[in-house]
Design a protein around this ligand. Structure first.
Ligand SMILES: [Ca+2]
Length: 256
């Protein structure tokens, strides 16, 4: 059953300096946001952030801006969402506390099961880079490129066009023939922080968080939230056993 408590955010950070959320699963929020932060700086990395049958508003809400890194996540908007925007930045104004006004959205898989709305909504004129993401399930819904907004190597289109194993069951592994394979671009760095993904979300019921132990070419990350070392995957995840290495693997996020 979906949650029934009134208007609650699953995660709400009401200020502070740095908010980091990694390797976590936040889902099925009711009316509120799945992840919301007013911190000066946000690091949302390698999570599974899902509506499923819930009716969340924004899947990620950063209403006061701030330097924000959204890297390597699985993000899904469900058909019952109360607001058709998925990632929302700066809507309530960039807080005047010296914070930066910039957002980096890199190597995420974002599925819009509502079929309309915005993948990313930017307010307040931030510097924004959207690189190596899969944005599928509706057309449009991305900010226009400009002097401050850069879109590079993102894949858009229908959910089926991305070559996901079973999107209806929230399994966003890439199929062997997915056109999203090996089409990424070196995302570089920003604010002295590498934008190259180093981990991926692995469902704890089928594996463990897998993290790369060695540096890899920055050309390797592709249009999905992957990047784990093969030994970790093969040890921890039955779903991944027999698959030949991280190149074959999108984030392991099958629904139980
Ligand atoms: Ca939404």
């Amino acid at each position: 059953m979906p949650p029934t408590n009134d208007c609650s955010h699953n995660i709400y950070i009401d200020g502070g300096t740095v908010f980091t959320m990694r390797y976590s699963y936040s889902h099925r929020a009711h009316e509120g946001h799945t992840v919301k932060s007013r911190a000066m700086e946000n690091h949302i990395l390698y999570n599974r952030i899902m509506d499923e049958d819930g009716d969340a508003s924004y899947e990620i809400d950063l209403p006061n801006g701030g330097r924000s890194f959204i890297i390597g996540n699985l993000i899904q908007q469900g058909p019952n969402t109360g607001n058709s925007t998925i990632i929302n930045y700066g809507e309530e104004g960039i807080r005047a506390d010296g914070r930066a006004n910039e957002i980096y959205i890199v190597n995420n898989t974002v599925v819009n099961d509502k079929g309309s709305g915005a993948f990313v909504s930017l307010s307040g004129g931030p510097t924004a880079r959207l690189i190596n993401n899969i944005f599928v399930g509706s057309t449009g819904g991305l900010p226009a490129a400009s002097g401050t907004v850069t879109l590079t190597s993102n894949r858009t289109g229908t959910t089926a066009s991305a070559g996901l194993v079973n999107a209806a069951a929230f399994d966003y592994h890439l199929t062997s023939g997915s056109p999203a394979r090996d089409t990424g671009t070196d995302p570089g760095s920003a604010a002295a922080t590498s934008l190259v993904p180093t981990s991926q979300y692995v469902d704890p019921r089928t594996g463990r968080i897998a993290r790369s132990s060695t540096a890899r070419s920055t050309r390797e990350p592709t249009n999905s939230s992957r990047g784990a070392d093969p030994p970790a995957l093969s040890r921890g995840c039955a779903r991944c056993a027999g698959r030949s290495g991280w190149r074959v693997q999108a984030a392991c996020a099958a629904t139980p």
